[in-house]
Design a protein around this ligand. Structure first.
Ligand code: HEC
Length: 176
């Protein structure tokens, strides 16, 4: 009798452990998987330059677009779609007049990178499986303190980038 009771306890215990493990190992595809990138890719500041741009209007910034090695190779070979592992970074700065430089020129003409706006840092990370719902790209935005943008903001990224589906959802062209 005690042996049966022991067996019962053992079976119930094992079943409990299996049940508690099940949600972690059997995570349904696309269910709890992250849909946005929440960590800053390391080393991005040393990546090579794809191009630069200037926004007017509400953004009113200057920006550099950088690519990791996979991105740069693909850009230079003119190959689309971008391969797995591609990461494109976009850094933005407020632009400010430089008195220091203007003194040298003898007139106001120089603008340089100033403080970081709230949309300081953005990334697009290619992982076709993980980010299947957003064209294979994981979108990310961080402020100057490394704080990720609220999910509501990140939900707006792909719907707009969809406009450039023909170039694998990437607007920026490589500037030689
Ligand atoms: C209203 C449309 C729109 C929205 C919303 C938008 N983007 Fe973009 N994005 C653009 C355009 C247009 C460019 C090119 C801008 C330029 O070079 O002047 C761009 C450029 C980029 C680039 C550089 C690579 C490329 O595609 O040129 C990254 C990275 C990027 N956006 C990430 C994001 C992220 C992350 C979000 C969401 C937080 C986002 N974007 C939201 C339109 C949008």
């Amino acid at each position: 009798m005690t042996r049966i009771a022991f067996l019962l306890v053992a079976v119930v215990t094992v079943a409990g452990v299996v049940a508690s493990l099940a949600p972690a190992s059997g995570q349904a595809v696309g269910e709890a998987a992250p849909i946005f990138v929440t960590k800053i890719p390391p080393g991005y500041r040393d990546w090579r330059l794809v191009s630069v741009a200037h926004e007017e209007g509400e953004l009113n910034d200057i920006r550099a677009i950088l690519g990791n090695d996979v991105a740069i190779k693909s850009y230079r070979e003119g190959k689309l779609p971008f391969p797995e592992g591609t990461i494109i970074a976009r850094i933005a700065w407020n632009y400010v007049p430089s008195e220091e430089n203007n003194k040298i020129f003898g007139r106001p003409q120089s603008f340089v990178a100033g403080s970081a706006p709230a949309w300081y840092l953005q990334f697009m990370v290619k992982d076709s499986k993980k980010y299947a719902a957003t064209g294979g790209w994981g979108f990310a935005q961080f402020d100057k303190d490394g704080k990720p943008a609220p999910e509501a903001d990140l939900k707006k990224c792909f719907p707009c980038h969809q406009a450039i589906k023909d170039r694998d959802f990437v607007f920026t062209r490589y500037s030689p």
